[in-house]
Ligand binder design. Structure first.
Ligand code: TA6
Length: 308
């Protein structure tokens, strides 16, 4: 009888936070119930993590852990830069950045071990206590599938009687060998908002490379965006549906100094590509309708470069 343990899910406390530890034959992951935040993901056959987590990560209540994949909902970024309909719905004097659910304790709806011959996938569905943030008529679920790829499906369902308008992002931090060598492919000729130049709109020419602080909101994005890491000889593919905007962010040197839980040189080994619905891509969800932001992250190893 094959007694090999195919997959395991354990609940362990780190600091003030309960974390789900998932391990199967294809991958391992760690998920904080607070914010339904994926903190770690690594394929069994890979020597490098796909998802970046700060060496200074703090596991405290009501504070997002630096790194992983924070869930930004029901707004992305600064509330004041969101559509008026969202701002009117949340008359908060000091609204937090990136919405209201990063500090919530999400509940486990289901855990499923979906193993077929040779491949394992562990599916966890987490439910946001939206009544705690005054949105009890809106259901918010995140299904996380851990296997040879990492898949996140963020589903919003409007059980109310009026349109629900929101913006959102899966704020993914990726581990890279060196930001100076990293290249983002797939955004060529895409319009973007340059937040560092008075939010002016521009067009991307060629692949995205990095020579300084970068904080851009790309619009009308394609479903596939890739990070190419030549030093670690790998490609990280993001395939997103239900998302037509993406944020590309690296804080570089000066902004890093203003970030919590962030070592001074950490900017060199991380890069955010955030699958989103923001700005003119905000969502107006009619009663009884659902919207899913569906992101699959897949690592593939580049063919070794032949010696010139
Ligand atoms: O998505 C990019 C961004 O809006 C940056 O401007 C930076 O603020 C980052 O998010 C991190 O935000 P946080 O609230 O997690 O520190």
């Amino acid at each position: 009888m094959n007694t090999e343990v195919r997959s395991s899910i354990t609940l362990q406390q780190s600091g003030e936070l309960p974390l789900l530890h998932i391990r199967n034959r294809n991958a391992s992951a760690v998920i904080a119930l607070q914010g339904a935040q994926v903190l770690r993901y690594q394929r069994s056959e890979s020597k490098n993590p796909v998802i970046w987590l700060s060496d200074l990560a703090a596991y405290q209540r009501d504070q997002s852990v630096r790194g992983g994949i924070p869930v930004c909902w029901p707004w992305f970024g600064d509330l004041g830069r969101n559509p008026a309909a969202i701002q009117q719905h949340f008359p908060l004097d000091k609204p937090s950045a990136h919405g209201l659910v990063r500090g919530c304790h999400w509940l486990i709806d289901s855990c499923l071990d979906v193993s077929t011959e040779g491949t394992d996938e562990t599916q966890i569905t987490l439910r946001c206590p939206t009544a705690d943030i005054g949105l009890g008529h809106i259901e918010l679920l995140l299904q996380i599938s851990v296997g040879d790829s990492l898949r996140l499906q963020l589903r919003t369902t409007n059980n109310g009687s009026r349109d629900f308008i929101f913006t959102q992002a899966l704020h993914s931090y990726f581990a890279i060998s060196d930001i100076h060598a990293a290249v983002v492919e797939g955004l060529e000729n895409t319009r973007y908002i340059e937040t560092l130049e008075n939010w002016s709109e521009k067009t991307q020419t060629g692949a995205v490379t990095f020579t300084g602080e970068t904080d851009r909101i790309y619009l009308d994005t394609p479903e596939r965006i890739d990070i190419v890491d030549p030093t670690w000889q790998r490609r990280i593919q993001l395939h997103a549906t239900g998302s037509r905007s993406a944020v590309v962010w690296n804080p570089w040197i000066e902004k890093s100094k203003r970030l919590s839980q962030f070592a001074p040189d950490a900017w060199q080994q991380m890069l955010c590509i955030e699958s989103a619905n923001v700005m003119r891509d905000s969502i107006a969800l009619a009663p009884a309708k659902s919207h899913t932001l569906d992101l699959t992250i897949t690592e593939s190893l580049l063919a070794p470069r032949l010696n010139p």
